[in-house]
Design a protein around this ligand. Structure first.
Ligand code: UDP
Ligand code: MG
Length: 320
């Protein structure tokens, strides 16, 4: 099997308006870096727009280009996994389809990798252009909370834009989980990983494919995948409530003995509502873990491929 010097992997969901420009820019960047010895994999993640026909057209015109059509929308992290599974390169660049991550940085990322003998060069966002204050604020909070609760040091303000060596990618691909938080999983494998600062550009076209609901799910996958701190939280709350109830006990006893016992609808309701809320919240947290355990235990394939267009794949495992 031929291993090209470089694979560029791009997950795409409703990105038709970006694909041609993206193809031109990643091709130019790849040629500048490694000459002709590269492949480009676009993964169509069940787009409902013209993305797949555009990819088929591109693959017919460019022998470096492989287009993979998933059977439906599997989500960003699984689409990316599909591309990483199927690529064959000795170095692998992961990049978003919307050109927020400039492909031209490839040359510098490769020099950093060579100079520092790194296995992973991950791009850290110094600035984010054209994103809402809400998106930037939630992202900033998310990375910091995650950093506090996880045992794996996951770099702050870092997306999936990164360059990896083949051995790092193979290590990454040995992680089988369904609930995938790829930037954390890559941090988990270790090896030598170095940051690379860049300014994140505005989207080339279209809008973010991460609405609030998907963002929350992504954050929950990250926390549950890399920390059991929320489970310990239950015992901490239990301990605090035990302390509070002892104080309340003393207060009630004094009231009883001095003959001025509390009358209490207000206090009773307060306790009932508070305990009910805390219990439901903790139960919900346990449920998040339990649900993921259930999903993992089914051992379904991570994704299914419907069609492939372009050169024959190096490692045609197709996920099933
Ligand atoms: N994406 C995907 N499947 C999805 C959602 C997103 O493949 O279900 C891709 C999307 O096409 C893009 C990347 O994931 O290449 C990041 O998405 P987006 O740019 O919308 O996220 P943001 O930059 O707003 O966080
Ligand atoms: Mg984007």
């Amino acid at each position: 099997m031929h291993r090209p010097a470089l694979s560029i992997v791009v997950p795409c969901y409703n990105e038709a308006a970006c694909l041609e420009m993206l193809h031109a820019r990643v091709s130019a960047a790849a040629k500048a870096a490694v000459g002709e010895d590269y492949e480009i994999l676009f993964v169509n993640d069940g787009s409902r727009d013209e993305s797949w026909p555009v990819m088929q057209r591109l693959s017919a015109a460019d022998s470096h280009f492989i287009a993979i059509n998933l059977s439906r929308n599997h989500g960003h992290q699984l689409a990316l996994t599909a591309g990483l599974d199927l690529c064959a390169g000795q170095q692998i660049l992961i990049i978003d389809a919307d050109l927020q991550d400039p492909p031209e940085l490839l040359t510098d990322m490769r020099s950093t990798m060579a100079e520092q003998q790194a296995d992973v060069v991950y791009a850290v966002r110094r600035k984010r252009e054209g994103e809402s204050i809400f998106k930037k604020a939630t992202a900033a909070i998310f990375y910091r909370v995650l950093d506090r609760v996880t045992d794996t040091p996951i770099p702050l303000d870092t997306g999936d834009f990164r360059l990896m060596s083949r051995r790092a990618l193979d290590a990454f691909l040995s992680l089988p989980e369904q609930a995938r938080f790829i930037r954390g999983m890559v941090a988990w494998i270790g090896f030598r990983q170095v940051p690379f600062l860049y300014d994140r550009a505005e989207r080339h076209a279209g809008e973010s494919k991460y609405p609030l609901g998907k963002m929350i799910r992504f954050a929950l996958d990250a926390v549950t995948g890399f920390s059991t701190a929320p489970l310990r939280f239950a015992s901490h709350v239990g301990l605090a409530l035990t302390g509070a109830s002892l104080l309340l006990f003393v207060y009630i006893a004094i009231g009883f003995l001095s003959g001025s016992a509390v009358q209490g609808w207000t206090s009773t309701m307060l306790v009932v509502v508070l305990l009910g809320a805390v219990q439901m919240f903790v139960l919900g947290m346990i449920g998040e873990y339990l649900g993921r355990l259930y999903v993992e235990s089914k051992r379904r394939p991570l994704y299914l491929v419907a069609d492939v267009a372009g050169p024959v794949l190096g490692q045609a495992t197709l996920g099933y």
